[in-house]
Design a protein around this ligand. Structure first.
Ligand SMILES: NC(=O)c1ccc[n+]([C@@H]2O[C@H](COP(=O)([O-])OP(=O)(O)OC[C@H]3O[C@@H](n4cnc5c(N)ncnc54)[C@H](O)[C@@H]3O)[C@@H](O)[C@H]2O)c1
Length: 371
């Protein structure tokens, strides 16, 4: 991760994180561990938790050895997650790095006001602008809104790693398979692109007519959910919304179809009702077969959790994509730490200077030069 490495070395020399407590909530896996290690080396105290079902406990152990306070335990349920969020908020962090805006919400509920926070995801950005609108009294830099993250991570990183995770966990070829992608936003565009590169025929289900037109111009079929689902060999959700594939839709899938979710939470597929009507049987690592009352079988990967991390063998976004995304995180946290009132409260974009600096560094790491 040369771009992140160089940024962390520079920020470490400036001692911007020295003596600060950083509340950290992001998937705990080897790439995010590089960022935590750099923050610790820069003099910060880091109290960390991952998102549900994605923590790699080998990484968590290594982080603990390096001095990070890791709260996750392998048998954590929903209650433990809430307790960890409160514990980080109670630690009174000076800075927060969040992935889903739940830690930011926990800080607000606990009456804590960090100097600033960063939010990684689309889903967290929605919450900051909807349920949490007007209640967050400190600046939150939304990393997800950076055009760099959208292109490098959401489109190419997610596209490549989601398709790769599905192929690896199922051992299935996508040639001439019908892949239905729900959502033609940044992640959906990438998933459609990389599925096609693997030989699939792709249908996009997208309610926004402008994006649906874009999908058609990109050469994909476009259809409503009911029609698309009937032809699907593979259905992949990437919307950031709840119940996009409800149980009624699942019932209309062809026999043997596979469902997977690339979005932030498993709520995109109605897994709860599916489990109730047709309990899953584990047939291969992280692959569940659900025999529907009508006799058809539908397969679900990783219980509908974020598939590129939660499916067996899933390693998340490619290292290069995270090199860029985590550099945006490190530089944004540093800008917040160093700021003297330059940021307003609430969600806001990554400063353009950070985008330009990071894009140039990534181009250089690829042996390319901007004009
Ligand atoms: N798997 C990963 O590693 C990873 C990485 C980044 C983001 N994400 C997550 O992926 C999700 C999508 O992110 P994005 O950046 O593509 O967001 P986006 O806002 O760019 O795209 C979402 C798209 O879904 C569409 N949509 C909304 N409701 C729909 C419905 N009912 N059916 C079909 N489409 C619908 C929207 O119109 C929009 O075009 C979010 O949950 C985000 O947090 C996952």
């Amino acid at each position: 991760m040369p771009v992140l490495g160089a940024a962390l070395a520079e920020l470490g020399q400036q001692r911007v994180f020295d003596g600060l407590t950083i509340g950290f909530r992001l998937h705990l896996e080897p790439k995010t561990a590089v960022l935590v290690k750099g923050l610790l080396a820069g003099g910060a105290r880091v109290v960390a938790m991952g998102n549900e079902g994605t923590t790699q406990f080998g990484t968590a152990e290594a982080l603990a050895e390096w001095g990070c306070e890791v709260l996750d335990r392998p048998d954590d349920g929903k209650g433990a997650v809430l307790a960890h969020l409160s514990r980080i908020a109670e630690a009174g962090p000076n800075l927060v790095l969040d992935n889903g805006a739940e830690l930011i919400e926990a800080c607000v509920s606990a009456g804590r006001s960090p100097k600033g926070a960063t939010e990684e995801t689309t889903s967290g950005a929605f919450r900051l602008r909807a349920g949490l609108a007007g209640v967050v009294g400190f600046p939150v830099i939304v990393i997800n809104d950076s055009p760099l993250k959208a292109i490098v991570e959401n489109k190419h990183g997610v596209g490549e790693s989601v398709v790769d995770a599905i192929v690896r966990a199922t051992n299935m070829s996508l040639h001439k398979k019908r892949v239905v992608v729900f959502g033609y936003g940044w992640c959906g565009r990438g998933i459609a692109l990389y599925a096609r590169r693997r030989g699939a025929d792709v249908t996009a289900v997208e309610p926004d007519p402008v994006k649906a037109l874009e999908a058609a111009m990109d050469g994909f079929d476009v259809a409503g959910p009911d029609g698309a689902v009937r032809t699907a060999d593979v259905g992949i959700t990437a919307t950031g919304r709840g119940r996009v594939v409800g149980y009624e839709l699942i019932e209309t899938l062809p026999d043997g179809a596979l469902l997977a979710n690339a979005g932030h939470t498993e709520a995109e597929i109605d897994v709860i009702r599916l489990e109730r009507e047709a309990p899953g049987e584990l047939v291969a690592p992280s692959l569940y077969a659900h025999e529907l009352p009508g006799g058809r079988t539908v397969f679900l990967l990783a219980k509908g959790r974020i598939v590129n991390l939660a499916a067996a063998g899933g390693t998340g976004n490619p290292i290069e994509a995270m090199d860029l995304g985590l550099t945006l995180q490190a530089r944004s946290l540093a800008a917040l730490a160093a700021s003297g009132g330059d940021f307003r409260p609430g969600p806001q974009p990554v400063p353009q200077k950070i985008n330009d600096q990071t894009a140039t560094a990534m181009l250089e790491s690829m042996g390319q030069t901007p004009a």
